[in-house]
Design a protein around this ligand. Structure first.
Ligand SMILES: Nc1ncnc2c1ncn2[C@@H]1O[C@H](COP(=O)(O)OP(=O)(O)OP(=O)(O)O)[C@@H](O)[C@H]1O
Ligand SMILES: [Mg+2]
Length: 232
C-alpha cells in the first residue's frame, strides 16, 4: 500500500472545548489510484488531508507514505516531504494574483528538485495559450486548471484535492474531473478528492466516508466509470 494511517487522531482545543476532528482513523490507500473522501461538513475531511499532506501533525496515531513514517519526521523533513511529494488543489485555487499563469506554475517548479517542463504541464491542462494572463483574468475553471498545473509540475506521487469542483459550475467541474483522471493515468500519481458530490465517487477506485472524525465507510470500486460519464 502507498498510504496507511493507524489510529490517526487530531484534537483541536478552543478554550475549554475539545473537538476530536479525527478519532482513531485507520485507512490504507493504494499507489496510482483515485479516491473520494465524503462526509458532512465538520466530519474531519480537511483535517485528514492536512495530516496526510504534512501541513499539520497528529495528536495520536501514525501515518506512513511510501514506506516512510511521516508522523515521526522532524519539522524540516516534513517540509521537504510536503514540497517534493505532495501537490495540493483547493476549492478557491489559492493562486498568487500578482503572478501570471506561467509564473504561478514556475513558483512551484522552483521549489522542486526535478520539476516537469512548465510549458508541457500548461499544455496538459489546456492553459498554455493563457500563460501570460493573471489569475483575476481567468474563469473559475481556468484558475483551477492552473492550480492543477501548479500541483503537477512538481511530479508528486500524491495529489490532494480539497473540494476541487466546489466553486465550479457543471461544465467546468466536469473538465476538472476529466483533468484529474488524466493526471492520474498519465503521471501515475495517487489522487485523493474531498467532495460533497456523491456522483464523483463513481469515477474513483475507492471511497472513504467520514462522520464526526470516524470512518463510517470504505468501499472499493472495481470498475470506476470515466470522468466524462459522471452525471449529477
Ligand atoms: N484550526 C482549527 N481549530 C479548531 N477547530 C478546528 C480547526 N480545524 C478544524 N476544526 C474542527 O475540526 C472538525 C473537523 O474539521 P474539518 O475542517 O476537517 O472538516 P471538513 O470535513 O473538512 O468540513 P467541510 O466539509 O466543512 O470543509 C470541525 O469540528 C472543525 O470545527
Ligand atoms: Mg473541509
Amino acid at each position: 500500500m502507498f498510504i496507511k494511517t493507524e489510529d490517526l487522531t487530531k484534537v483541536y482545543k478552543t478554550g475549554t472545548a475539545e473537538v476530536r476532528a479525527l478519532d482513531r482513523v485507520s485507512l490504507t490507500f493504494e499507489k496510482g489510484k483515485i479516491y473520494a473522501v465524503l462526509g458532512p461538513s465538520g466530519s474531519g475531511k480537511s483535517t485528514l488531508f492536512n495530516l496526510i499532506g504534512g501541513i499539520d501533525r497528529p495528536d495520536g496515531g501514525k501515518i506512513w507514505v511510501d514506506g516512510e513514517e511521516i508522523s515521526s519526521y522532524s519539522p524540516e523533513k516534513l517540509t521537504r516531504y510536503r514540497r517534493e511529494k505532495v501537490g495540493f488543489v483547493f476549492q478557491f485555487y489559492n493562486l498568487i494574483n500578482t503572478l501570471t499563469v506561467y509564473e504561478n506554475v514556475q513558483a512551484a517548479a522552483d521549489l522542486s528538485a526535478s520539476p516537469a517542463d512548465i510549458k508541457t504541464v500548461l499544455e496538459l491542462v489546456g492553459m498554455l495559450e493563457h500563460k501570460d494572463k493573471y489569475p483575476l483574468e481567468l474563469s473559475g475553471g481556468e484558475a483551477q486548471r492552473v492550480a492543477i498545473a501548479r500541483a503537477v509540475v512538481k511530479k508528486p506521487p500524491l495529489i490532494l484535492c480539497d473540494e476541487p469542483t466546489g466553486a465550479l459550475d457543471y461544465q467546468n467541474a466536469k473538465k476538472v474531473l476529466e483533468l484529474l483522471e488524466r493526471v492520474n493515468k498519465e503521471t501515475g500519481a495517487t489522487v485523493m478528492i474531498i467532495t460533497h458530490n456523491q456522483a464523483i465517487a463513481r469515477m474513483c477506485h475507492g471511497v472513504v466516508t467520514l462522520r464526526s472524525g470516524q470512518v463510517t465507510g470504505f468501499s472499493e470500486n472495481p470498475a470506476p466509470i470515466a470522468a466524462r460519464e459522471v452525471e449529477w
